[in-house]
Design a protein around this ligand. Structure first.
Ligand code: C5P
Length: 219
């Protein structure tokens, strides 16, 4: 049976994961966060101090997998659930660097396609509509201004110890956008047939409603 595939791409901090989770609940689809896969590879490389020249040959030992526990995605390195460990600024930046390596992208490609073949999915990332699921039923490019994305992230982190400054967060976002958009392999860009949703002036509920509307208009 053909599955329904919804691709959501966009820059860091546009709210893709929060909004895609809300939409997937409403539609009854599985939500797949592909950034978590790149973060897990980055954690593997960081923990094992793997030099750039050895990354390709070490990938077969990485053993990265996804599991859905009570409907929520968890990522594993071997049998270790690393879903929480990968959410640090260091791993964000390391993921942006390692995701530019073509062999890393090739290693994760089939994992992503297989989930989409077997399930109705809302998959978010940077190259889902352009590379991973070029025949997706609906493609959305979700974005917001860099300042608004930094502002949202700053508010989220404010309660935590060692909260970075607004400027540090903004600098990180701008740097990560640049790296993601200018790499040779599968750079972040809007697919020609993607619908652009700009959430700069929308709250979460309004953003989710805008996306549900795009999806329902198309399928
Ligand atoms: O989405 P998230 O911020 O968790 O992604 C972390 C990094 O992984 C991104 O900055 C990007 O470099 C990379 N990524 C990617 N392709 C995807 C998903 C994430 O290159 N499909």
């Amino acid at each position: 049976m053909k599955t329904i595939n919804i691709a959501i791409d966009g820059p860091a901090g546009a709210g893709k994961s929060t909004i895609a989770k809300m939409v997937s609940k409403e539609m009854g689809y599985i939500y797949v966060d592909t950034g978590a896969l790149y973060r897990t590879i980055a954690l593997f490389i960081t923990e094992n101090n793997i030099a750039d020249k050895d990354i390709e040959s070490s990938l077969e030992k990485a053993d990265v997998s996804l599991k859905f526990i009570d409907g929520a995605q968890r990522v594993f390195l071997g049998s270790r659930d690393v879903s929480d460990l990968i959410r640090t600024p260091e791993i964000s930046m390391a993921a942006s660097r390692t995701s530019a390596i073509p062999e890393v992208r090739a290693y994760l490609f089939e994992t992503q396609q297989k989930i989409a073949r077997e399930n109705n999915v809302i998959m978010d990332g940077r190259d889902i509509g352009t590379v991973v699921l070029p025949n997706a039923d609906v493609k959305i490019f979700l974005t917001a201004s860099a300042e608004e994305r930094a502002n949202r992230r700053y508010k989220e982190l404010l309660e935590k110890p060692d909260c970075p400054t607004y400027q540090e967060i903004l600098d990180d976002i701008i740097k990560r956008d640049y790296q993601d958009m200018h790499r040779k392999t599968a750079p972040l860009k809007q697919a020609e047939d993607a619908v652009l949703v700009d959430t700069t002036k929308l709250n979460l509920e309004e953003s989710a409603a805008a996306i549900v509307k795009v999806i329902k208009d198309k399928i």
